[in-house]
Design a protein around this ligand. Sequence first.
Ligand SMILES: NC(=O)c1ccc[n+]([C@@H]2O[C@H](COP(=O)([O-])OP(=O)(O)OC[C@H]3O[C@@H](n4cnc5c(N)ncnc54)[C@H](O)[C@@H]3O)[C@@H](O)[C@H]2O)c1
Ligand SMILES: NC(=O)c1ccc[n+]([C@@H]2O[C@H](COP(=O)([O-])OP(=O)(O)OC[C@H]3O[C@@H](n4cnc5c(N)ncnc54)[C@H](O)[C@@H]3O)[C@@H](O)[C@H]2O)c1
Lengths: 207, 207
Amino acid sequence: SIPLPSLRRLPRYLNILESFQIKGKHTVSATDIAEELDLKPIQIRKDMAFTGIVGKPKVGYDINELIKSIRSFIGWHENTSAILVGAGSLGTALMGYEGFLTRGLRIEAAFDTDTSKHGTLIYDTPVYPMRELSKVVQRKNVHLAVITVPVSAAQSVTDTLVESGIKGIWNFSPAEIQVPEQVVVKREDLSEGLAVLFVQMQEMKHS
Amino acid sequence: SIPLPSLRRLPRYLNILESFQIKGKHTVSATDIAEELDLKPIQIRKDMAFTGIVGKPKVGYDINELIKSIRSFIGWHENTSAILVGAGSLGTALMGYEGFLTRGLRIEAAFDTDTSKHGTLIYDTPVYPMRELSKVVQRKNVHLAVITVPVSAAQSVTDTLVESGIKGIWNFSPAEIQVPEQVVVKREDLSEGLAVLFVQMQEMKHS
Ligand SMILES: NC(=O)c1ccc[n+]([C@@H]2O[C@H](COP(=O)([O-])OP(=O)(O)OC[C@H]3O[C@@H](n4cnc5c(N)ncnc54)[C@H](O)[C@@H]3O)[C@@H](O)[C@H]2O)c1
Ligand SMILES: NC(=O)c1ccc[n+]([C@@H]2O[C@H](COP(=O)([O-])OP(=O)(O)OC[C@H]3O[C@@H](n4cnc5c(N)ncnc54)[C@H](O)[C@@H]3O)[C@@H](O)[C@H]2O)c1
């Protein structure tokens, strides 16, 4: 299977390809992409090969075909339903983010313990009480959940999600949640990016 | 200098250490931390050594000392001012996030082209028009900026920031912004996490 660094580069390639498409280009070479990202062309060719597409010598890649190949490799060519737990400030921003729709992710429903949010719509997403979670997950055949609850609530929310049949959790809380083996967790911790930025700025100041 | 994967682990160690502190523990071993994160104790010891602290054989580390050492290594022991450009839905969530204060990051001012936001406060942060940016950056001696504007505006906003003297940019837009050599950029692209989650869920389904 594809190495993690290569997989992480694929969305960046998609952004570049889409911006070339807007400029009216139809073909692109590995070198064109490499220049935008400060990488070597061989790295681009290797990464693209994982998605099953190979460039034609002298011509390069057909941009439409490349976009289709990357999207289908990741799974963004079809619609994927998700639910979100914790309709607070970050949860609200994520529900309003149009970037998810272009990647096939639709947040179908949100859940929260705050009764004043029950029965409301946030960017067209209905908010339900936690007791409705299992029923909605099974009725809408949802496998993916986004967690944007406070760190103290993250593990108990995770347990509820796993019991309801959720198979993948995108965890925005800094908690280290424990899940059974067949459930996948992806953490998003803004502190990691912040730490990298701080240390790189210090290194730049002293160089 | 510290390798990137080690640097990225430091905020996770801080979260674990803070949760041990809340439970009333005073010392911790590399093994205690390793168990929480599914890592090997040798990896923990190596990472901690980069921050300048070494554990005592048989006793381990003093938790308070370890927290202090990691925070000061990253630069979170002192206050760092930042500005934010693009006071929209993600920018608003970031301005309201208390997690930044505990890492010494204070968003002092926000800037936006939307005149209806000028003169307002978002979570106590004043919103100014773009023409005030340079003056505020110099008056408050700010070196760091967060960008949460649409992708089409990201490069022109970056150019304004670089001209005003900003040295580090935390870029939440998917644009590949170009900066001069002495400016540091850290991208946060949620699509990377989403791609990893999707592919890992597919791999789990077929295993
Ligand atoms: N706001 C940000 O920019 C930001 C950035 C990075 C990380 N985070 C993390 O994201 C999480 C949410 O942050 P926020 O700023 O949106 O907080 P918030 O307080 O605005 O929102 C939290 C929401 O979760 C709900 N909630 C609390 N306990 C619950 C439970 N047991 N079950 C279901 N819902 C519950 C609350 O009612 C609230 O609506 C936190 O873990 C935070 O550390 C936030
Ligand atoms: N909302 C999310 O959850 C989310 C997630 C990931 C990435 N992003 C990225 O973050 C950025 C912001 O997203 P959002 O959802 O907050 O959008 P938004 O439309 O809610 O906010 C954008 C803000 O930027 C301001 N703006 C536009 N052009 C400007 C300029 N030239 N100078 C200064 N301000 C300007 C707008 O007035 C608006 O207030 C986008 O690039 C988006 O791709 C958002």
